[in-house]
Write a protein that binds this ligand. Structure first.
Ligand SMILES: NC(=O)c1ccc[n+]([C@@H]2O[C@H](COP(=O)([O-])OP(=O)(O)OC[C@H]3O[C@@H](n4cnc5c(N)ncnc54)[C@H](OP(=O)(O)O)[C@@H]3O)[C@@H](O)[C@H]2O)c1
Length: 245
C-alpha cells in the first residue's frame, strides 16, 4: 500500500532517524521544518534508502500560512497520509522565569502549533480512511516539575489533544500514537546537567516504528520511563512540592 509520511520538525535527530526508517519501507516522505537546506540533504538520503519520493518543505508552526503548501503536496500522493510530529522547544525554565513572554513560543512550538497543523489536515486523513498520526510529547507532560513546568504544561496539553484526536480518527479507521520519551541525546538536551538513562535518537525511532505497526496508543520510550513516571506521579503533592527532581 502507498504511504506518505509528513514529518514535522524533521531536523530533529529523532525525526531524521524516523524518516530514514519509513523511507526503507518505500514510503513517500515530506520533510517539513524551518531549515529547508538541511532538509534537502536529508531528502537525498531518504531517496537513496528507498523512499518513493522525498522532498523538503518549509514549516514554521508559529506561522499557519506555511501549512497549506505541505498539505497540498501530501494530497497529490495516492494512498494513506500519515503525520509524525517531532516539533517542540524547551528554553531553560530560568529564562522563562525572567521573561514570561517566552511562554507563548514554547506553547506554540510544543502544543498549539502542531495541534493546528493536525486539525487542518485531519479532514484529509478522514477522507482517506484514516492514516496514522505520531505525536511526540514528553514524560515532562506527566507532572509539573520546578525545572521545566512551562514546557511540561505544553506537552500535557499536547497529550490531551492527541487523546481527543485518537478518539476522532478511530471513527474513520485512523490511529494516533502518543510518544513520551525520557531523556534523549539530541540538540534539545545538549549541555543539560543531571540527565540519566539517556537514550539514542535511533533507538527512539525504532520504538516509534514498532508502536505504529502495533497500533499502540501511548508509549513511554525507552519503556522503563513508564515505571519511573508511575513512581513520580504517585509521590504525594505535599512531598513532591519540596522536591527538585
Ligand atoms: N531530547 C529529549 O530528551 C526529549 C525528551 C522528551 C521529548 N522530546 C521531544 O522530542 C521532540 C524532538 O526533539 P529533539 O530532542 O530531537 O530536539 P530538537 O532537535 O530541538 O528538535 C525539535 C524540532 O522542533 C523544530 N521546531 C522548533 N520550533 C519550531 C517551529 N516554530 N516551527 C517548526 N519547527 C520547529 C526544530 O526545528 P529547528 O531545527 O529549525 O530548530 C526541530 O526540528 C520534541 O517535541 C521534544 O519536545 C525530547
Amino acid at each position: 500500500m502507498n504511504e506518505t509520511w509528513i514529518i514535522l520538525g524533521a531536523t530533529s535527530s529523532m525525526a531524521r532517524a524516523y524518516a530514514r526508517k519509513v523511507s526503507e519501507t518505500g514510503a513517500a516522505v515530506i520533510l517539513a521544518g524551518r531549515n529547508t537546506k538541511e532538509l534537502a540533504a536529508l531528502a537525498t538520503d531518504c531517496e537513496i534508502r528507498g523512499a518513493r519520493s522525498a522532498k523538503a518543505a518549509k514549516l514554521d508552526v508559529r506561522d499557519e500560512k506555511t501549512f497549506g503548501a505541505i498539505i497540498k503536496d501530501a494530497i497529490k500522493e495516492e494512498g494513506t497520509i500519515n503525520v509524525a510530529c517531532f516539533v517542540g522547544s524547551m528554553p531553560d525554565q530560568s529564562e522563562i522565569d525572567d521573561d514570561p513572554s517566552l511562554i507563548d513560543g514554547v506553547v506554540t512550538d510544543s502544543f498549539t502549533g502542531p495541534a493546528k497543523f493536525l486539525q487542518t489536515i485531519a479532514p484529509e486523513l478522514e477522507a482517506r480512511d484514516g492514516g496514522t498520526v505520531v505525536g511526540v510529547g514528553s514524560v515532562a507532560g506527566d507532572r509539573g516539575r520546578v525545572g521545566n513546568y512551562v514546557y511540561g504544561a505544553a506537552k500535557a496539553g499536547f497529550h490531551t489533544y492527541l487523546s481527543g484526536l485518537r478518539n476522532r480518527l478511530t471513527r474513520s479507521g485512523g490511529h494516533v500514537v502518543t510518544v513520551k520519551p525520557g531523556f534523549v541525546d539530541t540538540a534539545m538536551t545538549w549541555g543539560i546537567e543531571g540527565m540519566f538513562l539517556v537514550a539514542k535518537p535511533e533507538d527512539i525511532a525504532d520504538e516509534i516504528h514498532k508502536a505504529v505497526k502495533k497500533k499502540r496508543n501511548t508509549i513511554y520510550t525507552p519503556f522503563f520511563w513508564r515505571y519511573i513516571m508511575l513512581i513520580i506521579r504517585s509521590i504525594p503533592e505535599p512531598i513532591f512540592k519540596k522536591m527538585s527532581i
